[in-house]
Design a protein around this ligand. Structure first.
Ligand code: SF4
Length: 309
């Protein structure tokens, strides 16, 4: 039985680790970009970003003063048993978010969209977001915390099948050049792209693709991986570098995830995840042992299954 106290303690610790330490895959990607950047100003800014990563760990303080929107991704083995059930799990995640906001501290970013009422704890209506997925057999619970920055880096377009790859490239370029030109969403960043599904699925996939895959890892489908590489090269040939400055590399990586869609359409969504690439995962086993890791392992073969079983 997985205890709610273990879930609560783990969620608080995940918030702390996510806010402070950028995962190795993202840090290495920024270091590679820094090495090859030819423009002085972008190179200088990239150096500052890398220094800032290190200072955050040394001083155990959040890597960016804007700690984004904290959210959870929950993946459960089919045999997992939660003390108190799923409602208890959700209560533990909300309590952990409120307590972590005060203790770390996180910036209390969540407000009522109209009145701007702020409970000062990053909790509210539909906040924090919790997404779920499931796996056969396991008795474990995986919790992933993401502190999603890059508020302004999201877009959606309904394309038609005849628009093809060229249509996706055009939307991609329209979107990134608009956001980069205005200096939004703090590059270098990961671009997540959802293709297919209905609109909500498409946008959800884009966000998960940006936040939950390791930087530098391709989609296992060779056709999709080819498009990821093409868009990465295209995006990094636009003349943008770090923070909207002239440069060679505003994009760390492009991650694409797909869903089967209506035969008449080809919806595409884009989400940016900034260089404050904050995510952390923990697996809680049946005996309440906790193992922390940086790879969310969200897009499993089961999660992306295609056939009727
Ligand atoms: S976009 Fe990212 S790096 Fe920029 S202020 Fe927001 S959280 Fe910080």
């Amino acid at each position: 039985m997985i205890l709610t106290e273990t879930i609560y303690q783990t969620a608080v610790e995940l918030h702390r680790q996510a806010a402070i330490k950028i995962p190795d895959d993202a840090r290495r990607a920024v270091e590679r970009i820094h090495e090859r950047e030819m423009h002085d100003l972008s190179k200088y800014v990239l150096g500052q970003i890398i220094d800032n990563y290190q200072i955050a760990v040394e001083e155990q303080r959040p890597m960016c003063a804007d700690t984004g929107l904290p959210r959870f991704f929950v993946k459960m083995g089919n045999e997992a048993q939660i003390e108190g059930g799923m409602v208890a799990l959700e209560r533990a995640l909300r309590q952990a978010t409120a307590d972590a906001t005060e203790a770390i501290p996180l910036r209390p970013n969540r407000v009522h969209p109209l009145t701007r009422k702020d409970l000062n704890n990053n909790v509210g209506v539909h906040a924090p977001d919790v997404d779920y997925s499931f796996e056969p057999d396991g008795e474990w619970l995986d919790l992933t915390v993401v502190h999603k920055g890059g508020l302004f880096g999201g877009d959606y377009r309904m394309l038609f099948p005849a628009d093809g790859i060229l249509g996706i490239q055009r939307f991609f370029l329209d979107s990134i050049s608009e956001f980069f030109r205005r200096g939004m969403s703090c590059q270098p960043l990961v671009v997540g792209i959802g293709i297919g599904g209905s609109k909500d699925t498409c946008v959800r996939l884009a966000k998960a693709a940006a936040c939950l895959r390791l930087v530098g890892h391709d989609n296992p489908d060779p056709e999709i991986a080819k498009l990821e590489h093409e868009l990465l090269e295209l995006g990094n040939s636009t003349g943008f570098g770090a923070m909207g400055l002239p440069g060679d590399s505003a994009i760390m990586d492009v991650h694409i995830e797909i869903a089967y869609t209506h035969t008449g359409g080809m919806p595409v969504a884009i989400q940016h995840f900034c260089f404050a690439h904050r995510r952390m995962t923990a697996r809680i086993s049946r005996d309440n042992q906790v193992e922390y890791r940086e790879d969310p392992q969200w897009f499993t073969p089961y999660y992306c299954r295609e056939e009727v079983e």
